[in-house]
Design a protein around this ligand. Structure first.
Ligand code: B12
Length: 208
C-alpha cells in the first residue's frame, strides 16, 4: 500500500492532508492521488468488516476523504467551453454514501458536463422530477455502495420506465460493489468503476 493509502487506513488525518498537499505541490496527477485515497478507504472498509474498526471510524475516514476532496477538486476544474451535455446524478434511497458520488459530480463537471445533483438517499421521484425539470438531460447516474440497495437501483430504474422517461435517458450506475451483474439485475445500461470511468462511460452513452 502507498503511504497515503496507509495513512488513510490508519486514520492519520493531519498526515494525510500534509502528504496530499505535498504531492499536489510537486505536480502529481490529482487522479492518481484520488486512486491512492480510494485504496485507503477500501482498507478502512476491510478493517470495519473484520471488526477492527467501528462506524465512528468509517465516519472519521469519510471526513478525511472530504478534506482531501476539498484540496484536490480545484485541480480538476475544466477549461470552460461548450456544455458536453446534461446529467442527473444521485445516490439511491437507503444509501447515504456521498463521497464517491461527489467525486463523480466533480469529474463530470470538470469535463464540462452540466450536472444536476439530487443528493443522497434519493427516492425515485427525486430522480424523475429532476429529469422532468431538465428535459435536455440524457444520462442518469445512480450511485450505490450497499449491496442491500441493489433493489433501490432496480426500483428507481423501473420507476423511470413507468414515468415514460426510459427511452430518452441512458442510465449508468456505480459504487463499490457494482458490476455487470448489477447492470443486468437493475436494468441499467452501463456501470463505471471510478469517477474517471464515469466521464468515459457518460461520453460513450451520449455518443460523443
Ligand atoms: C466512508 C464510509 C461510510 C461513511 C460514509 C460517509 C459519506 N459521507 O459518504 C458512513 C459512516 C456514513 C458509512 C455508513 C455505513 N456504511 Co459505509 N463505508 C464507507 C467506506 C469506508 C468508504 C466509502 C468511500 O467513500 N469510498 C471512497 C470513494 C471515492 O469510493 P466509492 O464510493 O467507491 O466511489 C468511487 C466508485 O465506486 C465510483 N462511483 C461511485 N458512485 C458512482 C456512480 C456512478 C454513476 C459511476 C459511474 C461511478 C460511481 O466512482 C467513485 C470515485 O472514484 C466503505 C468501504 C469501501 N470499500 O468502499 C464503507 C462501506 C461501503 N460501508 C458499509 C456499511 C456496511 C455501512 C453501514 C451499513 C454501517 C452501519 N452498520 O451502519 C452504514 C450505511 C449507511 C447508509 N444507510 O448508507 C459496507 C458496505 C458493505 C456491503 N456489502 O454493502 C462498506 C463496503 C464497508 C465494509 N467493507 O463493510 N459508511
Amino acid at each position: 500500500m502507498s503511504s497515503i493509502a496507509q495513512m488513510i487506513s490508519n486514520l492519520e488525518d493531519e498526515n494525510v492532508v500534509a502528504e496530499v498537499q505535498k504531492q499536489l505541490d510537486s505536480g502529481v496527477n490529482p487522479l492518481d492521488i484520488f486512486k491512492e485515497c480510494q485504496a485507503g478507504m477500501v482498507e478502512v472498509g476491510n478493517k470495519f468488516s473484520c471488526g477492527e474498526y467501528f462506524v465512528s471510524d468509517l465516519m472519521m475516514a469519510g471526513a478525511i476523504f472530504k478534506e482531501v476532496g476539498d484540496l484536490i477538486t480545484p485541480y480538476l476544474k475544466g477549461q470552460g467551453g461548450a456544455s458536453a451535455g446534461k446529467v442527473v446524478v444521485g445516490t439511491v434511497f437507503g444509501d447515504i454514501h456521498d463521497i464517491g458520488k461527489d467525486l463523480v459530480v466533480a469529474m463530470l463537471s470538470a469535463a464540462n458536463f452540466e450536472v444536476i445533483d439530487v443528493g443522497v438517499d434519493a427516492k425515485p421521484e427525486a430522480f424523475i422530477n429532476a429529469l422532468k425539470e431538465n428535459p435536455d438531460a440524457t444520462v442518469l447516474g445512480l450511485s450505490c455502495l450497499l449491496t442491500t440497495c441493489y433493489d433501490s437501483l432496480k426500483e428507481t430504474i423501473d420507476a423511470v420506465t413507468e414515468a415514460g422517461l426510459r427511452e430518452k435517458v441512458k442510465i449508468m450506475i456505480g459504487g463499490g460493489p457494482v458490476d455487470q451483474g448489477v447492470v443486468e439485475y437493475s436494468g441499467a445500461d452501463r456501470f463505471g468503476r471510478d469517477a474517471q470511468d464515469a466521464v468515459t462511460v457518460c461520453k460513450e452513452l451520449m455518443g460523443s
